[in-house]
Structure formats: C-alpha cells, structure tokens
Design a protein around this ligand. Structure first.
Ligand code: ZN
Length: 430
C-alpha cells in the first residue's frame, strides 16, 4: 500500500528537471502543469476528455519507468524475435532471436544497445511476444528509449513502457492495494485508476513521451511482476468503466485522485492542485471507514526534522524560497472545515515570507517522511516538529482503507465510488 495516489498528477511532484525537459521538448501543456507546482496555476486547457468516451478500444498509455545518467546502463532482455524502430517507424534492426543487452547512451547522444550504435536518440523495441524486461523486471507492451536533457546540461537515457491501458491497470491494482482487500474495494480502485489514467491521456499532448510515472506520484505500477490472476480478473470485470462528472455538460471524466487513508475527512482537490475542481472532488466527506478497516495510518507519531534540512529540502523543490534564508517559522493561516491546514506561511531568518500549500511542503519533505499534511507544525529549538498527524496521502477523493471499510460493511463498488466522488456516475469509455 502506498500513499499513491498521489498526485497522481501531483504533477507537482514530477522531478523538476523531468518537467522542464519534457515540456521543453514536447510542448507547452506539460510546462503549464510543471509550472503549476509553484504557482498554483496548474492545468492545461482540457483536451475535452469527453472525446475519449465512446472509443472502440482501450488506448495505450506511456509510463516512465526509469532514467539513467551518462555512463550508466540497464540490462534489457527480449525473448523471441523483435524489431528496433526509430521515431519515423523505420526498422533499424531486427532479430529472429531474443537478446539480453545493456542499453546506454553514447557521448554523441545516440543510443547504444547490444554493443551497437543505433545512430539515433529515440528507439522503440517491439517484440513479437509483446514483452521485455529491464534488469530482470518484466513488462508487457513495448519499450521506448530516448535521450533527454537532465540537470546542468547533462543528458540521460529514459525508459518508457508503452502498454495497453487495461494491461497497465492490472499492474497498478496490486501496486496500490493489498491483495487481502475485498473485491468491491479492488474494483472501485480499478475504476478510479482507469479514470485517472485516461484523464492524463486526454489532457496531455498526443505526442508526449509519457503520461504517468510508475510510482506514487502518479500510480504505483509494477508491470508484469505486479500482476496476479485476481487482479487481472478485477480489471477485466470493470473493463472500460470510468467515472464521469454527471453535472458537467457534456458529461466528462475528471481527475479521480485517491489516497491511502484520509484520516477521518476527505479534502478538497483545490488543496492539491490550487485550482477549482468538480463537485465530486470538493471533499469534506466524513469517513469513519478507514478507521473501521484498521488503517495503520489513521494517526501517526511525531516527526522531527532539523531546521537546516527542512530548509534545504524546501529550496531544492522551490528555489524561489532561497531568499528567505533558513526557515524560522511555519504558520497555518487557513484551515479547511475539517480543520486540516489549507495554507501555510513560511517566514525565514531574513524576515521575508512566502505562502505555500501544505501538500507542497509534504511533497518537498518527502511523502513518506511526512505521511500527510494534516498535522500541527511547531519549532522546537533547531528542529521543526510535526505532531497530531492524521492519515496517509493527500486525503483527496477515494480513501483506499475507507473503501475497504465500506466493502466490509456490505457496500457495492458503485456505492463506494458514489460515497467518495459524489455527483459522479459510471460510464463505459470503450
Ligand atoms: Zn478514510
């Protein structure tokens, strides 16, 4: 179980250089999303997600699996025959037998694979069996490799898995939920995860190199190693089903955030994104079900961090905070109706101050260090202390442990989804 869920498009939490280089090379939309991290202006003009409803087949999703810096490599193995294609879909190389080879980038930015210089910065490896592995971890679909700019002018090799959406979801379900959770909770998560993924496909440019990350910043995806028969069965049983905002005209999918444990009340999505969200994501839903399901994260013990380390991590994520100097104070200046911090004021030794969303602080410190932004913040000597912590994750949308609690109380998948996304309805996207 991860907190997931992350932003999910917590696009905010894309590594800064990933957002930059992706947007620089692949379009303005990603730049807007990346900029939203700091400005609260996140969001592309929607590419009319509605267009994705009524498709004849599941689309393909592209997942960023890994990046390696100059000089490093990953071992890619392919069973059986395969082709290596360039960006224009020309066959650069084909082999009747499988290989296991180190993929790396050369100084001239072309990709070297199996000791060959492929002579290009972008390739796709397409195996007849539609499977490959990276350092022994198997994935379905195809593998795309490309070279992009990284920090300080360096370049890195990027590994992207292009895979059919339904196959991707089978690898997500087990990454996001324990196997022991009830089928109704698993199916609810499968539908939320499908909608979330489809939303990213809808709003990002069609030629974007990847739609999602493979960890809790988007959705935890473990590829073929994460699949099992029950997960495949749940995904198949809900195939094509997505959530739509029933009050929108025309009805459309929305960004179905979800979290591990809300801690007692769900939160409005604007705390996460800084922008208005559909009614289904307004939060404020009283949830006793994560507690009833025995979530170990309903409350969490005190967390301490040295002032210097807190300042360093914040400046690392938000360079514009540097002029504040060492952070002297963090005040909660706004709270939600559920008493969760909604806006923070950071005051530095310089006397300067800046506002920050609590989720931005949480992500900057590391989502696992600070399980949620629902806590009290105090300075004690040369440390900051976080006490009274509740929940795990951003608290927006479906609460995973709560979904389990509702399932144990006999609620159906659609009842669980209506509980956490009020005003939504189920629709078949394909
Ligand atoms: Zn809950």
């Amino acid at each position: 179980m991860r907190s997931n869920s992350a932003w999910q498009t917590w696009v905010s939490s894309l590594p800064a250089q990933a957002g930059r280089s992706r947007s620089a090379r692949y379009g303005v939309c990603a730049a807007l999303l990346a900029a939203g991290i700091l400005t609260g202006l996140a969001g592309c003009p929607s590419a009319a997600p509605r267009e994705l409803l009524g498709a004849t087949a599941a689309p393909q999703i592209r997942v960023l699996l890994d990046t390696v810096p100059q000089g490093a490599s990953r071992t890619v193995a392919v069973n059986g025959s395969f082709q290596v294609l360039d960006r224009a879909r020309r066959v650069l190389w084909e082999s009747p037998v499988g290989v296991s080879a180190a993929a790396t980038r050369r100084d001239d930015d072309s990709i070297a694979w199996s000791g060959r210089d492929l002579g290009t910065w972008w390739v796709e490896i397409v195996a007849t069996e539609q499977q490959f592995s990276i350092d022994g971890v198997p994935y379905r679909g195809t593998l795309r490799l490309y070279v992009r700019e990284a920090e300080r002018g360096a370049r890195e090799l990027v590994f992207v898995n292009a895979v059919a959406l339904e196959q991707y979801l089978a690898g997500v379900l087990r990454g996001e939920l324990p196997k022991r959770f009830a089928d109704a909770a698993q199916a609810a998560l499968a539908i939320a995860a499908r909608t979330y993924a489809l939303y990213q496909i809808a709003v990002l440019p069609s030629d974007v190199e990847y739609h999602v990350l493979a960890d809790e910043r988007s959705q935890v995806y473990r590829g073929l190693r994460g699949e099992d028969a029950p997960a495949r069965k749940i995904v198949a049983a809900t195939s094509g089903l997505v959530l739509v905002d029933a009050f929108a005209s025309p009805r459309r999918i929305f960004e179905t955030f979800y979290c591990c444990t809300c801690g007692g009340t769900t939160q409005p999505a604007r705390l996460l994104t800084g922008r208005p969200a559909p009614g289904a994501l307004e939060g404020g839903i009283s949830c006793s079900y994560c507690g009833a399901a025995g979530s170990p994260f309903l409350t969490w013990p005190e967390v301490k961090i040295a002032r210097g380390e807190l300042t360093r991590r914040l400046v690392n994520s938000f360079p514009s905070l540097e002029p504040l100097g060492p952070i002297a104070r963090i005040d909660v200046v706004e709270r939600t109706a559920g008493d969760r911090p909604a806006l923070l004021r950071l005051v530095g030794d310089s006397g300067r101050e800046r506002m920050l969303r609590p989720e931005e602080l949480r992500v900057a410190l590391g989502g696992r260090m600070l399980k949620s932004a629902w806590c009290e913040i105090a300075r004690r000597g040369n440390e900051f202390v976080f006490t009274g912590g509740r929940g795990y994750g951003h608290g927006v949308g479906l609460c995973q442990y709560g979904a389990q609690g509702l399932a144990l109380a006999g609620r159906s998948t659609s009842q669980i989804l209506s509980f956490y996304y009020p005003g939504s309805s189920l629709e078949r996207a394909y």
